[in-house]
Design a protein. Sequence first.
Length: 301
Amino acid sequence: MTGYPITVAGESLVDVVHDERTREVPGGSPANVALGLARLGTPVEFATWLGDDARGHRIADHLRASGVQVVDDAFGATRTSSAIVRLAPDGQPTYEFDIEWDLPDLPRTPRWLHVGSISAFLEPGAGKVSELARRTAADGGTVSFDPNIRPALLGRPADGRRTFERLAAVADVVKLSDEDAGWLYPGLGADAVLDRLLEIGVEFAALTTGAAGSIVTTATERVAVPGERVDVVDTVGAGDSYMATLIWQLQTRGTTVGSISRDSLRELGRVSTRAAAITVARRGADLPTRDDLFSAALEIR
């Protein structure tokens, strides 16, 4: 297979943020992951669904400025999707969505496909995302998945869990937040949720737990990684930063994602946690570059 090392498939939208003032910023979990990968120096193409309007072109320009290759057929939507974002005093966001989602055709099967969030659940694009993930896995590629659950769009948890598990079953790498896990698997503790992911076929799973850090696991190793102290500005994009940094690290390794040593597992979680900490100390989904990560490592030492 040829082409870009990472293909991200998923929604882009404009976040209409209400805090001290009202402002519009590019957003969407898959868009943030694509942005984060590009800022870390990874060639990445982004299969998304934008309106041929001012908002859509603003999003595309924002992504391209960091090196993301937006696919040619991305501008097929009747309007660019949006989300009203309201920030609580502790920086936690709540969302109201206006989403239109479909998946543009791709001319080839990705070598590494990342999918997630609304695009994995909202038709007509969700079925195409699922099929692309199955095709990628069947062709020997790697699939990563972050459901980034939005309860307001998903209906009953039981239905959402079935959709999630069908896609997770063909994924090599899955990341959940503790909020995702609580919605998908109410009543289950962190270890039980991670065990469930491994049981359905995931090779590498991560569960982020906010300021407490994260837990990363394979079938043979499991490590709890502490969080990093930081003055939180807002948490928008923190999970996407963790995901992008995790993919960036994994795709540079020669070993398969399921055969990582305990020390390497801890390092993967530590660097991804640092990236998320950098992001929450900034306003908006301002994901770090490699230089940012390196500078942060020096400051910690």
